[in-house]
Design a protein around this ligand. Sequence first.
Ligand SMILES: [Zn+2]
Length: 368
Amino acid sequence: MNKKYNRRKIIYFMYIIYDDFYLKHQNAPDHPENADRLTAIKEALNNWKFKDKIAIKKPRPATDRQVEMVHDKNYIQKIKNLSRMGGLSYLDSDTAVTKYTYDCALLAAGGCFVGLDLIFSKGTKFDKFFAAIRPPGHHAFKGAGSGFCIFNNIALTARYAQGNFGVERIAILDFDAHHGNGTQEIFYDDNSIFYISFHQYPHYPGSGYYDEIGRGKGEGFNLNFPFMPYTRDPDYLTAMIDIIIPIMERFDPGLILVSAGYDSHFSDSLSSLGLVEESYYKIMYIISYLSYKHCQGRTGILLEGGYEYNSTAKSVLETIRGCFNKGDFPDINNSIDLENKLEIDESFKIQKVKNMEILNSIREIFKV
Ligand SMILES: [Zn+2]
């Protein structure tokens, strides 16, 4: 018998970007954004029944030049200097820079670049990556860090995809419980990046109402879902199926990026939304479907918040599992097929959606 037929075929379904170096960044003492978050995710992945479907890849640091795609030179230099000084310096009341912050922030952004290099490489079998990185990024502005964030990883990832792989239009979906004010600001007048955020409102950082829809050329390319406390997944799924799918039909992204924050889980102490682990599976199922329709499955998922370690780790697994359903998608022709696959029943939208008025206003603004 020919030897090659004996070889066990290993099929990976997803790249995970991870390195223990990410544990080194320290915020202030007793801060919720700490290394235990990633340790919990790492352990959960190691013990996972689907761990043969993932391939863990090492990051490389971004260069200062690459970080300048989004951030001001002076700001990058400031982070570098504060880190090199050691000690504890504050960017705002809850964001500190310590000895390894600068190097970890470079490695966080660079890890996402590695993810893109992998999914855009010729002949790759895997079209998605999950970047288990820290510090997070979506509250980082062009010239300032805030809200535990140093460099805006997702904004940098989007610019890297445009610069290196010629991707014209990119959709960013952000399901962290907090509005990604940094990401919104960076792309507010840009029609090549469509930023969509689900978040608790009103809540930190204060921005993210649905009338913030972009400016100038970017008008109509920024979409906020400001959800009331205790909102559960019927609102997310209704918004995804009834609003985001038709909008993406018009936008036709060449890549989807996800700001994956698990502080939207009901157990999180920093927010009061009501998602459960399986919610992330369903959300990711729909995102995978969108990526199948528009961009050959290409999706990068970046860790943002999530401060209840156990539920964050389990929710990460559900997020990844939501990416394993490619085989279903050729059978899905319309939103009813999609709802059937996700076992969403008829009554659910009418009975369980909490933010119907907000969703209706958004439908009107975006004409869907
Ligand atoms: Zn958050």
